[in-house]
Design a protein around this ligand. Structure first.
Ligand code: BGC
Length: 286
C-alpha cells in the first residue's frame, strides 16, 4: 500500500492479476531511435509487455516500419514517426501527434544517440556539437515534453500508480572515462546528472526518471568491437561475465524499470553491463 505524508492511500501498483495479463497493458510509450539496436529491442519488449508504442526514427524508414509490424503482431498498437531529436519543433510535433493518436504518453525511452569518435586533438567542433546535441540536448527536449504531459494529466490509477516514467538510455561511459570518445563520454556524464536533477525536481508529481547504463551490447554502433574473433576476445577482457550483451538484455530491463514493479526506483542508473563497471583490470593485483 502506498501512503502519502498526509496519511492518505495513494494509488496501488498496477500488477497483472493473471499470467495472460500484460505488465504494461494500456500504457503509451515513445521510444526514440527505435528502428535499430537497443531502441528497437526496447520498443519490441514494451510492445510484447502490452504497451502501445511510437517508433521514432531519423533515417531508416523501412526498418522502423518492420518494428511497427512486429509490435502489432503482439496485439499492441504502433506507428512509426520520423523526427530528429535535436530539433525542438520536430519533437513537439511528434508529441502532439502521439497525443492525438494515443491520447497521452506514459513512458518515454530517451534512446536516440550516436558516436563520432576522434583523437581528442583532432576532434572537430562539429563532431563535439553533434554528439552533445543528439545525445544530451535530444534527451532534454523529449524529457521536457513528457514531463509537461505527465504533470498535466497526473496519475491514472487504472494504468499505473505513477504519473509517468522516463528512462534515459545512458552508458557505462557515464562513469568510465573513454579515451578517443571524449564527446560521447561527456554527453553520457551529462545525461547522468540531467536525469538525476529532473528526477529530484519532478518526483513530488509521482514521475519517475531513471537511466539504463548499458555496457557493450551487440548493435551497429560498436560493430568493430565484436565482429571479429580478435576484437571479441579483447572486449571480453573488459567483461567479467564473459559474454557480450544482447539488445534484448536492455529490453527486459526497460520493461521492469517502466513497470510498477519498479515503483520505488527513482533517480538511479541501472547498469546492465555484465560487470564492465567492476574494474575488471583489478581482478588480479592492485
Ligand atoms: C558504446 C559502445 C561501447 C560500450 C562499452 C557504449 O555506450 O556506444 O560503442 O562498446 O559503450 O564500451
Amino acid at each position: 500500500m502506498n501512503i502519502s505524508p498526509e496519511g492518505e492511500q495513494l494509488p496501488n501498483v498496477v500488477m497483472p492479476t493473471c499470467p495472460e495479463q500484460k505488465i504494461l497493458r494500456g500504457q503509451k510509450a515513445l521510444v526514440t531511435g527505435s528502428n535499430s539496436g537497443i531502441g528497437k529491442a526496447v520498443a519490441l519488449a514494451l510492445g510484447e509487455a502490452g504497451a502501445d508504442v511510437v517508433v521514432n526514427y531519423r533515417s531508416g524508414e523501412e526498418q522502423a516500419h518492420g518494428v511497427v509490424e512486429e509490435i502489432r503482431n503482439f496485439g499492441a498498437q504502433a506507428y512509426a514517426h520520423q523526427a530528429d531529436v535535436s530539433h525542438e519543433d520536430q519533437i513537439q510535433a511528434m508529441f502532439q501527434r502521439m497525443f492525438q493518436e494515443f491520447g497521452t504518453v506514459d513512458i518515454l525511452i530517451n534512446n536516440a544517440g550516436l558516436q563520432r569518435d576522434a583523437p581528442f586533438e583532432e576532434m572537430t567542433l562539429g563532431e563535439w556539437n553533434q554528439v552533445i546535441t543528439v545525445n544530451l540536448t535530444g534527451q532534454f527536449l523529449c524529457a521536457r515534453e513528457a514531463v509537461r504531459e505527465f504533470k498535466r494529466r497526473g496519475v491514472v490509477k487504472e494504468v499505473s500508480c505513477s504519473a509517468g516514467k522516463i528512462i534515459c538510455i545512458s552508458s557505462v561511459h557515464e562513469l568510465i572515462p573513454w579515451a578517443g570518445h571524449v564527446n560521447y563520454a561527456a554527453s553520457k556524464g551529462g545525461v547522468m546528472l540531467m536525469m538525476k536533477s529532473i528526477a529530484q525536481e519532478v518526483a513530488p508529481y509521482r514521475i519517475r526518471v531513471n537511466s539504463i547504463a548499458p555496457g557493450a551490447i551487440r548493435t551497429p554502433i560498436n560493430t568493430a568491437a565484436w565482429s571479429t574473433p580478435e576484437a571479441y576476445n579483447d572486449l571480453m577482457k573488459l567483461v567479467p561475465y564473459k559474454r557480450i550483451g544482447e539488445p534484448e538484455d536492455i529490453g527486459r530491463a526497460a520493461v521492469w524499470l517502466a513497470s510498477d514493479y519498479a515503483d520505488y526506483v527513482n533517480g538511479t542508473s541501472l547498469f546492465v553491463d555484465g560487470g564492465m563497471t567492476l574494474y575488471p583490470g583489478f581482478t588480479e593485483g592492485g
